[in-house]
Ligand binder design. Structure first.
Ligand code: MN
Length: 231
């Protein structure tokens, strides 16, 4: 056994619904602009762009429950409700027609974004990391196994703040559906069990303030509720 100078950080893990086992997180990939109406609201042309990706650290994943601290270094924290794909099998250069075989299950998450930092990054042609990959930036629900819920290709995706609906869409409106997303990621890196892929958000993204109550869900997958800390 390797001798470390200090104990390694604990493995970030997401509960599996209806099981005592949990899903150890390896990497977190996120698709940018995967719903046409959101691409338009961000000033992009949804018809001409192939999918692009960014990442978050594995330990940015936290339960979408309880209270999340308002993050440092921003005054414009945005919500992006997304279905999250949990990968259960290693592969690369995967054909879309086989891609769903690599899915263990699905979760619902929020791609929390420091929009003010992202705006600066875009303007200055800098990386998005500081806007996307901060502490607790990836709250997710427990994972629901595909063997139980199937592979949802349609169904409502929604998010409310303090009881007011902010985002609504349908999984059917994804520009790149789940199988295509997996195929694209796997043509860039080897995907492995433990990878999570945030699949993009519908229109209606907006700011979260300290003390806000956030609820959301994806029909046929899961729902959640959490609060933003007052401090
Ligand atoms: Mn997103």
């Amino acid at each position: 056994m390797a001798e470390y100078i200090f104990a390694p950080s604990p493995v970030t893990a997401v509960p599996i619904a209806g099981s005592t086992a949990s899903f150890p997180v390896r990497r977190v990939f996120c698709v940018g602009r995967n719903y046409a109406d959101h691409a338009r609201e961000m000033g992009a042309n949804p018809d001409r762009e192939p999918p692009f990706f960014f990442t978050k650290p594995a330990d940015a994943v936290v339960p979408a429950a309880g209270t999340l601290a308002y993050p440092m270094l921003t005054e414009d924290l945005h919500h992006e409700i997304e279905m999250v794909i949990a990968i259960g099998k290693e592969g690369s250069r995967i054909d879309p027609k086989n891609a769903l075989d690599y899915v263990l299950g699905y979760s619902v998450g929020v791609d929390l974004t420091r929009r003010d930092l992202q705006a600066i990054a875009k303007k200055m042609s800098r990386p998005w990391d500081w806007a996307k990959g901060f502490d607790e930036s990836a709250p997710v629900t427990p994972i629901h196994l595909a063997e139980k819920i199937g592979h949802p290709g349609t169904g409502k995706i929604w998010l409310s703040v303090n009881g007011e609906t902010k985002q609504t869409g349908d999984l059917a409106d994804m520009i790149w559906p789940v199988a295509d997303i997996i195929s694209h990621v796997s043509h860039a890196v080897v995907i492995k069990p433990g990878d999570l892929i945030f699949s993009g958000t519908p229109a209606g993204v907006g700011a979260l303030k300290r003390g806000d109550k956030v609820t959301g869900g994806v029909e046929g997958v899961a729902e959640f509720q959490f609060e933003i800390g007052k401090a």
